[in-house]
Design a protein around this ligand. Structure first.
Ligand code: IYR
Length: 224
């Protein structure tokens, strides 16, 4: 392969023999399959530099036109966490007690969720993932971002895997509506909350729902 032009550098990822590739793919799957959304957190501290590495892993995700249209709010301040909990619970109570359909509530039953969100107080870190719809130029005009939801979803996925790799747990929490977050965190107009993710150690004997994942015949449709 010839050098394309001065904007390109040589790709430096590794490749493996077929046998090694098979071993790596299957052991990575087995490891990834152990990841769970956990709601029972310990309050044991997690170093800030660990959180920074997890977030920078997230920020290595691909994004539309490489705009990286995200901001990660990294929160450990106890009074801010309890304010977020209070506001999230206010919305969630309304959702669980009226805004969500019967069908939805039934679908959530196996997860055992309710409007009480004590994990926001307990987990040592709350990461609020913000999506940035556009950037502001110096003259105040707007510069668009592209495929923002797809990009930020990918970054959130990378983040969850980084958390799992560090032996920590997380929960993708979606209080709804989420606009209270923008206000509480004083975020600019071009950002919208995407996910609220508590991160920490699991509580001792943390419980998770006994879920089964779809098998490959259910998720892969082959065209050979
Ligand atoms: N946002 C609520 C409800 C909820 C919705 C779905 I879809 C879930 O998978 C889990 C919960 C909550 O966080 O409790």
């Amino acid at each position: 392969m010839q050098t394309k032009n001065h904007l390109f550098i040589t790709y430096e990822g590794e490749t493996f023999s077929s046998d090694e590739m098979k071993k790596r793919a299957s052991s990575f799957y087995a490891w990834a399959d152990k990841r769970r959304s956990v709601r029972d957190f310990s309050d044991k501290p997690v170093p800030k530099e660990v959180m920074e590495d997890l977030i920078m892993t997230a920020s290595s995700a691909p994004s539309g036109a490489h705009k990286q249209p995200w901001t990660f709010c990294l929160i450990s301040n106890a009074s801010l966490k309890s304010k977020l909990r209070e506001l999230a619970e206010e919305e969630e109570k309304k959702s669980y007690e009226g805004r969500m359909s019967e069908e939805w509530l039934e679908d959530l039953e196996p997860l055992g969720t309710n409007w009480v969100k004590e994990f926001i107080d307990i987990a040592p870190w709350i990461v609020v993932v913000m999506k940035r719809a556009y950037e502001l130029n110096e003259d105040g005009t707007k510069h668009n971002n592209y495929y923002v939801a797809e990009s930020v979803g990918l970054a959130a996925g990378f983040f969850l895997m980084a958390v799992h790799n560090a032996g920590l747990v997380a929960l993708t929490h979606t209080p709804s509506p989420m606009n209270f977050i923008s206000k509480a965190l004083n975020r600019p107009e071009n950002e919208r909350p995407f996910l609220l993710i508590p991160v920490g150690y699991p509580a001792e004997n943390a419980q998770v729902p006994a879920l089964k994942r779809k098998v490959k015949e259910e998720v892969i449709h082959y065209y050979e």
